[in-house]
Design a protein around this ligand. Sequence first.
Ligand code: SAM
Ligand code: ZN
Length: 169
Amino acid sequence: MNNRPLSWRSPKTGVKASPIHGRGLFAVENIAAGEVVAVKGGYIYDGAQWAAARERLDASEIQIGEDLFMAPADVAEWEGAMLFTNHSCEPNIAIEGQIVFVAMRDIAAGEELVHDWATTDDSDYEIECRCGTPSCRGVITGQDWRRPELQARYAGWFCWHVQRRIDAA
Ligand SMILES: C[S@@+](CC[C@H](N)C(=O)[O-])C[C@H]1O[C@@H](n2cnc3c(N)ncnc32)[C@H](O)[C@@H]1O
Ligand SMILES: [Zn+2]
């Protein structure tokens, strides 16, 4: 291990307290539609390996394929692996491929960078959403990608493994 962070955040972004939850990722300069804002890094785990590692590590993973995850190897790497992107039902970033977060539209300095977890997650959680947007769906789940209205809304914005599930369904 060295002391380089596992993930990369654009110098146009910064992490600070979020009105949605804990810390969030924010634009500190204007960001243009299509710009890369962050890249998630880490080590590759299968589901069983990640479930075992999760006993000593807080949530910090990204799913990159069916039963494949990327996450830090130990607690010392956790902070540098985190991107701190909160969920919003009115997102302004999304993943292209598996690990690259891009701006879905022009983003003004000061805006929080948020993605809709429906575009990235295929999981079994259910949480009360605190995004506070007019189109908030109240409760978000790891199966929201199945919702037809979200598939229509986010056509072209799903990450690779979720798009594969949609195509296969
Ligand atoms: C990857 S963390 C995001 C960074 C987090 N804010 C932090 O400070 O570590 C994911 C956690 O953030 C919280 N979270 C993010 N977006 C949320 C939302 N819209 N509503 C409720 N909780 C949210 C949930 O507790 C979730 O488990
Ligand atoms: Zn919401």
